[in-house]
Design a protein around this ligand. Sequence first.
Ligand code: MN
Ligand code: MG
Length: 654
Amino acid sequence: MTVKLSRRSFLAQSSAGAALIALHPYSAHAATNQAHLRIMETTDIHVHVFPYDYYADKPRDTVGLSRTASIIGDIRAEATNSLLVDNGDFLQGNPMGDYIAYERGMKDGDTHPVINAFNTLGYDAATLGNHEFNYGLSFLEKSLAGAEFPVVLANIAREQGANARQDKTLVKPYVILDRVIEMGDGTKHPIKIGVIGFTPPQVMNWDRKHLEGNVQARDIVETAKAFVPEMKEQGCDLIVALSHSGIGSADHEEGMENAAIPLAGVDGIDALVTGHSHLVFPSETYADRPGVDLAKGTLMGKPATMGGFWGSHLGLIDLLLERDGNAWRVVTSTSEARPISKRNEDRSITALVADDQKVLDAVVQEHDETLTYVRTAVGKTAAPLHSYFALVADDPSVQIVSIAQKWYVAEMLKGTEHAGLPVLSAAAPFKAGGRGGPEYYTDVAVGDVAIKNVADLYLYPNTVRAVRVNGAQVRGWLERSAGMFNQIEAGSQDAILLNPAFPSYNFDVMDGVTYQIDLSQPARFGPKGEELNPGAARIVDLAYNGQPVTDDMEFIIATNNYRASGGGNFPGTKDTIVFEAPDTNRDVIVRYIVEQGTIDPKADANWSFAPLEGTTVLFETGPKARDYMGDVKGVTLEDAGEGADGFAAFRIKL
Ligand code: MN
Ligand code: MG
C-alpha cells in the first residue's frame, strides 16, 4: 500500500481550478531582483533503483530511486528553478550492482542501469563516491560513458601536478552550468552555477588493488581551496559542492574522511550536499555539533543537506537568491531531507510516495535479470552451511563469515602500522532459533550458493570494522560471549544449557584462537553486558598458535560496526577501532565466494565446552538439526526427543 506524500501547507488552487500547485514561499514571495533555486540531492543510492531487497528477494518500501523520483517530481512542480544532483556511491552496493559488474559486464554501448535511471530523471551533475572504485577504473569509465550529465570529482587525479590546479584529474574537477533562472517577476536571467565534487581520499586504501599506480588522491579541503577561486575567476555566480564525505569534526585534519564541515568553511562555496555516512541532515543526529546549525540547516553558515541512503530521502536545499548588479548572493535558505517512508510505532513501514513508473521502466530488464542472478549460483560450498549447532560447537555458517572477514581485513591492513599483527575474527550466529522459532536457522545445502543465501549467512547490513586489542581484551570479549550459557553444576543431569534472555547475535565466536568454555563457573557478564561477577572466568586454555594468550599480546579482531562501536557492550570495543571499512560484511562474503569459486568452510572445532565429568545438559534447536548430527565436531550429542514449541531437544555430554 502506498500513499501520496502529503502536500505542504502552502498549497494553492491554481487559477485553472483542477490541478493543485504547491508553491514554495520563496517562489511565492521572490521579489523582482530575487529568484528561488532548489537544489535536490540523492546520495548513496548504491544501485537501489527498484524498491526491492534483492538479498531477501522481496519488495522493500524503505529503498528505491523510483520512490525518491516521485519526491523529485513534486519538488519540481513546486518551483520553477531547480537542480538535481547525485552525490555518489551509485554503482555498487546491492546485487544489481554485482550482477552488472561480475556477470553481465559493461560492453561498449551498454548503459549501466543506475546511469540509465539518472538519465531518465534528468540529473544536472553528479560526483563519484568511494564505492565507484570498487569494480576498477575500466568498469567505472564504461559506466560513466553512458551518463547524459556531467560527472565531477576534484580530488582524484591520474597525475598530480605541483598543486591541485595542475592535476590531471580522473574526471572533470568541476563543471559550470550555464542556466537561465526565472526571477520573482517572471523575467529570466542567465546564471553560472559551478558544481565541484569530492570523495574521501581513503579510497587509495579501500581500493588499493584498483587504484595504486593509477590514480592519486588529495585532501578534500586543500583541493577545494585550490579550485574554488579558479571557478570564481571563470565567472561562477554560485558554487555548489558535492561532498561525498560526511559531517564529522569541524577541525580540519589533513586527509580527513568526513570533511563536510571544514569544506563548508571554504570561501566561495555557497551550498553543499553531503553523504557517505548514510545519515540524514538536518536531523537530531547532528544536534550540538560545532559548526552545525540544525535550525537553519547549515554547516559553517552554508546551507547543506544529506539525503540518507539507498533512496531513503531526497535532500533538499531551498535558496532565495538576490541579484545585486552583476553579482548573486544567497539571501536566505532552508534545508530538509524528505523521506520516502515512515516507521510506525509498531515498527511497520508505510510508504509515503508511489513509484515513478518511468524510472522503473528504464531499469526493469536489469531488475528481472538481477532476480535471476540472486536466485542462481555464484559459487559452490563443499560443506553444508547451517547454524543448528552454532551455539554449542564451532560451526560452518559462522566459520564462513570469519574466513571472509579475516581475508578482507588482512588485505585492508596491508601497508599500515597494524599489518604484522595476528588477525582474529569475531562472528555470531544471527539466525539461531530463539524467538525466531524452530525454522529460524541458516541452512544452505552442499552445492550451489546463490546471492540470496548470503543474506541467510549474514542477516544484517553491517559494515566491517577492525579493532586492535590485547590478550586480556580478547579474553574479556569471550567471557562476554560465554554469558550465553546457564551455570552448570558439575555432575548434574539434563540442566538447561542456554540462557533464553541472551540473544544469539551477542554470542561471538572467535576464530584464530583456540579456547574452551567451563560451564561450571559463573558468567562474568549478564545478557546486556553488565558485569555480574568480575572475577569469574569461564574461558580456559585460550591459545594462539598453540601458545597461551597472555594479557599483553596484541591482536586485530575483524568484526562489524555494531559490535566495534559498543553494541552488546563487549570488552575491547569502541576506542580500539583501527579500521572502518566502507564495505558491508555481506559484500565481503559475496566477493570472497565469487573469487574463490568453491568454498569449504569446515568448522575447525577451535572452541568447545570444557569436559565436566558425568554431566549432561539439554539444548534445543530446529528439528532439521537431526540431519547434521553426525557432522558436528567437538561436542558429544544425543537425540533427546521433542522440545517445546516445535524445537528438537538434544543431550550434550560435557
Ligand atoms: Mn555509501
Ligand atoms: Mg573456527
